[in-house]
Write a protein that binds this ligand. Structure first.
Ligand SMILES: C[S@@+](CC[C@H](N)C(=O)[O-])C[C@H]1O[C@@H](n2cnc3c(N)ncnc32)[C@H](O)[C@@H]1O
Length: 245
């Protein structure tokens, strides 16, 4: 039977082998630049939806007053360690309401888990509900429909604390007529001289750039594109920065 999102469930303990904060240092410099360009200096309040292991946030959480939300307790356990000063809450970015407002809401690659236009609308409503007037929403879909290099393949091997993990990702689009793509993840886990192989599937959303912009505008955001040159193959990427009101 195919199992989904194991990386955020029974395999969440492997996250530090899949990804480490240093991998995010360059990306985080673009997030910081966008936040500073819009908000100016100061220790502004910030809410990250879909914080995951908190790697990206770890580059921002000392200079902003951050709060974090994610669906997965297992992933947030890693973020809590990296970002001890941040309050973490379990919640779904499409529906969570913390009853507080912030200067900025940010959604990093967790936004790739929105699969339909209604999910985007609901998430932009969540962002608007958590922003002060003039506050900003910053998002970074990994791929737009126009930039997705079908297939996208990556792999890494990481050894630490007695575990060697070789992690392989294969992302492809089984049906270009819908708004989703699939990622197959393979984990070759070598521990105590034994090799174990685990398989995991993730479904992610894929939308044209203009759809993101239109739906943000429909929820009251004026949208700007900020540079985000993160794809090694040169595919264009942008931070989408929406200002409320
Ligand atoms: C790739 S991880 C994020 C990693 C993170 N950018 C970091 O720097 O560590 C994606 C996260 O999105 C979360 N997620 C997916 N759908 C969500 C939703 N609807 N609401 C909140 N979190 C969600 C998953 O639980 C997972 O922790």
């Amino acid at each position: 039977m195919v199992k989904y999102n194991r990386l955020y469930d029974d395999l969440a303990y492997l996250w530090p082998w899949v990804s480490v904060p240093e991998d995010y240092a360059e990306e985080a410099s673009y997030w910081r630049a966008a936040l500073r360009a819009k908000l100016g200096p100061g220790r502004h309040t910030l809410l990250e939806l879909g914080v995951g292991g908190g790697n990206n946030l770890s580059h921002l959480s000392r200079e902003f007053q951050a709060t974090a939300v994610d669906l997965s307790e297992g992933m947030m356990a890693h973020s809590r360690q990296l970002n001890p000063e941040v309050d973490h809450f379990v919640g779904d970015m499409r529906s969570v309401r913390l009853g507080r407002t912030f200067k900025a809401v940010i959604i990093h690659d967790a936004i790739d888990y929105l699969l339909a236009e209604d999910d985007l609308r609901a998430t932009f409503k969540t962002a608007a509900a958590h922003l002060e007037a003039g506050g900003i929403l910053v998002i970074a879909p990994d791929w737009y429909r126009e930039t997705f290099p079908d297939p996208y393949v990556s792999h890494s091997t990481t050894v630490k604390d007695g575990i060697e993990l070789t992690f392989i990702e294969y992302e492809y689009d089984p049906d270009p007529s819908d708004t989703t793509v699939e990622t197959v993840m393979l984990y070759m886990i070598r521990e105590g001289g034994k090799l174990r192989i685990e398989e995991d599937h993730h479904i992610n959303g894929i939308f044209p750039l203009q759809t993101w912009i239109d739906l943000m505008q429909a929820e009251g955001f004026s949208v700007e594109k900020f540079p985000y040159p993160v794809h090694q193959d040169g595919h264009e990427a942008y931070l989408l920065v929406g200002t409320l009101g």
